[in-house]
Design a protein around this ligand. Sequence first.
Ligand SMILES: CC(C)(COP(=O)(O)OP(=O)(O)OC[C@H]1O[C@@H](n2cnc3c(N)ncnc32)[C@H](O)[C@@H]1OP(=O)(O)O)[C@@H](O)C(=O)NCCC(=O)NCCS
Length: 192
Amino acid sequence: MSDNPILLDLPEHIVGERILLRSWLPGDGAALFEAIEESRDHILPWLPWGPWHDKVETTETRVREWHAHYQLRDDMAIAILSRDQSRILGGTGLHRIDWHNRSFEIGYWIRQSEHGKGYVTEAVKLLTDFAFDHLEANRVFIRCATTNVRSNAVPKRLGFIHEGTTRQSIKDTEGVIHDVEVYSLIKSDRLR
Ligand SMILES: CC(C)(COP(=O)(O)OP(=O)(O)OC[C@H]1O[C@@H](n2cnc3c(N)ncnc32)[C@H](O)[C@@H]1OP(=O)(O)O)[C@@H](O)C(=O)NCCC(=O)NCCS
């Protein structure tokens, strides 16, 4: 694979059993805004960006910025859609990308009405496999506030290794500082 990530060809879609992952695209703003609107109480306090989406135009702007970053491969925000692409279920992505060391952080959220159906677990599994198999990842990691029990359940369910706790390292949107659990998979974990 080229060391220049811009030259990396990426598939348009990553298709799972029930979901499909793809880059956010211009035009997704209205549907994403609707998904955020129904989920504000549930997304907060864990994701700082909820309040930034105050109207459709702002969300459409964000979507276009995410698309541009995806093309540059410096941050890869990804939509979780129903397999037939008719509905936005939530978001995931590869963040804090370190191409030199091939290290990627996975983040995620799911809209309120699709909570508890396993879509996030399926998305994170697909994205982890994609990172190792297509992006030649050495390390994929996930960080969750200790008190965010549902978020911690996702890497645990997928067999990520708990590396430890970074103390007092994330402020929630109310300004309360939390300890954070760090989970990872490295190449050799997948051979076990
Ligand atoms: C964290 C968050 C993404 C977890 O969402 P979730 O819906 O619990 O996760 P999943 O979609 O993987 O669903 C798992 C649930 O579906 C169930 N499930 C049903 N079918 C399933 C399937 N085919 N595969 C896996 N799980 C399935 C699981 O048993 C589990 O239910 P349980 O919690 O009652 O045991 C969600 O709470 C969220 O968006 N929170 C706000 C944002 C946030 O905190 N993001 C993370 C920041 S670190």
